[in-house]
Design a protein around this ligand. Structure first.
Ligand code: GLA
Length: 393
């Protein structure tokens, strides 16, 4: 009931925004950042612009969240995606720290999944098949023999409804999507909300929520590619991951089921280590991934919001910390097969960005020893991830 009301209100807001934007009054992308006293940026609410129309007539909106320190984040309804994150470097200069595209057409195609929410099941399901309560479900195989990131039209490809939320804690937008029963082969109508909040502490907080009307599986993540220098490769970024174990994979990147110790391997990031230090190591798992493309078993208790990742980029001085309630983290070192044409005439080389995909473990629906990804009617899936930006001397 509550969800039906929410969706009508959301539609109303979108229409209002679209009307305002066709009047050409809402795009503030050329204006300098609004810098206001602490707490007041959130009161103003995010600004919105229409960035284009899809072939089926659906408009795509983009919202700009700003905070009291001048940080800016843009998020779009297509794929509920992060399009940009502009944070200060150690000299105070704002720069974009995520990879992105220039045109809507590029965002529509988006083969590397820049910035998007991935679902209904982030990461892989072996053979595109799982059994739940005695019924076997068949999904698209869109990554070799496996199902990846929700299929051929996953949550990254749909246009979400958006509702700006003026909150005390910062500027926020809530994206909502109702995934019909049977969509991409998954059982159950799944109602999903993802709320992005930019706080005055330079935190971008993602709160996920989902409910279903029939038993299903859920795994949601964000697929932003970070580059804290804003350019070049990320090989010199110093990375720390609080994980004693990781899940080794077979040749098709499906976990073998083992939780292997990171000790003595290129996967030991328990103390800060440049991403590039061991990325070409002679190690079977590195060879399979073409670099890092692995799930780390995060220390601490899943469900507790705890800091699990720390990154430092020495040239800009920028830092990134990640807190999450999730049990796992896919660390993907952007192992692009060929360079990608990106924003502002840039060409992104191999390892131009890295993903920190907080998640449940890949292929959990087929691996009973992994934390469960089953969601049943009456239950609410919740998950929180915080990306906290800063600088160091
Ligand atoms: C995830 C996967 C990678 C790759 C990217 C998208 O990180 O684990 O193998 O498919 O998404 O390019």
């Amino acid at each position: 009931m509550r969800r039906a009301k929410l969706s009508r209100r959301t539609i109303g807001l979108i229409v209002a925004l679209a009307v305002a934007c066709t009047a050409a009054a809402c795009s503030r992308s050329d204006e300098p950042p609004v810098v206001t006293g602490a707490g007041t940026a959130g009161d103003a609410g995010p600004s919105a612009e229409v960035i284009g129309t899809l072939p089926d007539g659906t408009t795509v909106e983009r919202f700009t969240l700003r905070n009291a320190t001048g940080m800016e984040v843009t998020v779009a309804t297509l794929g509920a995606a992060i399009h940009s994150i502009r944070t200060p470097d150690r000299s105070g200069a704002l720069g974009d720290v995520v990879l992105g595209f220039e045109t809507l057409d590029q965002w529509v195609a988006n083969p590397p999944y820049f910035g998007v929410i991935v679902g209904r099941y982030a990461n892989r399901i072996a053979g595109g098949r799982f059994t739940l309560d005695g019924t076997t479900y068949t999904l698209a195989t869109n990554d070799g023999p496996n199902h990846l990131h929700g299929g051929t039209r996953g949550f990254d490809k749909v246009v979400w409804q958006a509702e700006p939320l003026p909150t005390a804690g910062g500027q926020a937008v809530r994206f909502s999507y109702v995934s019909p029963d049977g969509e991409e082969g998954y059982p159950g109508t799944l109602t999903v909300n993802v709320t992005y909040t930019l706080t005055d502490d330079n935190e971008l907080r993602l709160d996920y929520e989902a409910a279903t009307d029939a038993p299903t599986v859920v795994n949601l993540s964000n697929h932003a590619y970070f580059n804290l220098a804003g350019d070049g490769t990320v090989l010199d970024h110093e990375l720390q991951i609080d994980a004693d174990r990781y899940t080794p994979v077979d040749a098709t990147l499906i976990p073998t089921g083992e939780l292997a110790p990171v000790e003595g391997t290129p996967f030991d990031f328990r103390s800060p280590t440049p991403i590039g230090a061991r990325i070409d190591a002679d190690h079977e798992q590195i060879a399979i991934g073409g670099g890092y493309d692995h799930n780390f078993v995060l220390n601490g208790t899943a469900g507790d919001l705890r800091t699990v990742v720390r990154v430092y980029e020495p040239t800009s001085g920028r830092t990134l910390e990640v807190d999450t309630t999730e049990p796992g983290l896919q660390f993907y070192s952007g192992n692009f097969g060929s360079p990608i044409e990106g924003r502002g005439g840039r060409t992104y080389p191999r390892h131009a960005g890295f993903c920190l995909e907080t998640q449940h473990f890949p292929d959990s629906p087929n691996q009973p020893s992994f934390p469960s990804t089953v969601l049943r009617p009456g239950e609410t899936f919740t998950s929180t991830t915080v990306f906290r930006f800063g600088v160091r001397p």
